[in-house]
Write a protein that binds this ligand. Sequence first.
Ligand code: ADP
Length: 470
Amino acid sequence: EGSKLSEPGLYIAQIAVEMAPICKVGGLGDVVTALGRAVKEQGHHMEIILPRYDFFLQSPLLGATRYETEFDWGGCRVFVSSCTVEGLTCFFIEPQNGMFHHSGVYKGNDDAVRFDFFCKAALEFLLQTGRQPDILHCHDWSTAGVAQSFWQDYQPYGLWRPKVVFTIHNADFGMARLGSAAHHCQRFTTVSPSYAFEIGGLPAFSGHVSKFFGIRNGIDTDIWDPQNDPFLARHYGPEDVVEGKRAARIALRNTLGLTDWEDRPLVGVITRLTAQKGIQLIKHGAWRTRDRGGQFVLLGSAPDPKVQAEFDGLAGQMSGDANAAFCFSFDEPLSHLIYAACDIVLVPSIFEPCGLTQLIAMRYGTIPVVRSTGGLHDTVFDVDWDKGRAAWELEGCADWQMEQIDATNGFAFDGTDAGALDSALNRAFDAYWNDRQWFHSLQARVMRQDWSWARPALDYIDVYHSAMTS
Ligand code: ADP
């Protein structure tokens, strides 16, 4: 089913616990906002329901909040306020039992209880205010509970209209809940076709594959825009990528105290530091970069103190090195500067549902070196052997055109050991040192590729339509 212009707009309510930029932890938060904006741009009505965490109330990104309503539910008074964030209407659920008075989105042990409460309170809000969305779109284990609660406790009692779409951003957490949502929803999706293929056979999902779709994430090209980025002093596009990145490199070297000003390729890693992201490979990449005459920059936050200690150790070993910098924080402005300044971004994930860093990197003319898994496989096409697949996937080329059109955009490897990483990273360094002109043309090419939400948003709208008629 297509989303035809003549059809009336859909009314979609996303129920989520993260939303960029006010309460973002990872890619999930980016998707809620960017998908919301892209769907709205297609003429549909989009609302987002979130917990009202007290940590974001001081955020300058939050517009004026308005009182909406209040009701008793689950043994306490629940207030609902509303606000516009990034052009989207948001409703904040605030139970008076202090459940969301916490310094972060996730808290630990009682998260399941908190988020289950939130899911039901969100449904109660829809019921109490007489809303009848066409679609309830929920995300990951944290709002998986919406699907079952809705069909059991709300759909038969007045909230009759909605169908449920569920998106899995990471199947590594809360499998029982994901399985329940897959069972109770009308359609479920994950964030890339390859990851859908990888997890589709898991027992929790295998009985429901006919309603399962893989749609790759996009990036918000207004927020990630080197031609108009408030965190860059000099803006640039594909035509002046070399000059633009040179200016960003100077700024980054100044910011981080990288005192070696020689001509060197900058290799960046921007990530949560968890096992998923390939910790050993990231560390190896730091040493390999030094061996190959590059400069290494890591921006990462490690929730696990043991992992943090490992990286503290690495930073200690490399300290005094004018060619390595480690920033252990979550720093949005700095991330923009790193994406712009680097020549190469390293994403050696062990598994990766979609991955946004490689997409953002390309938007800034930074060449991805990735482990070819999940969404990384679907978005990065190796310059040496993926020409056919790139032409087909990115340009929709027929067989006979494939050899003429080069849409490859990075370097990829398959294995999980240091040698595998080297097989890709070394080729990137070779290209930088031996054929600079070609490297620069590759940078300009990746900047021109379209990683926006335009295409994936249409795919989601199709999924919404098909959920409504199921
Ligand atoms: P995940 O959702 O698994 O963390 P993604 O690649 O999907 O990984 O999304 C990561 C997002 O978080 C990107 O927008 C990336 O730029 C950002 N990010 C990750 N770590 C940091 C950090 N330490 N500081 C700033 N931004 C970060």
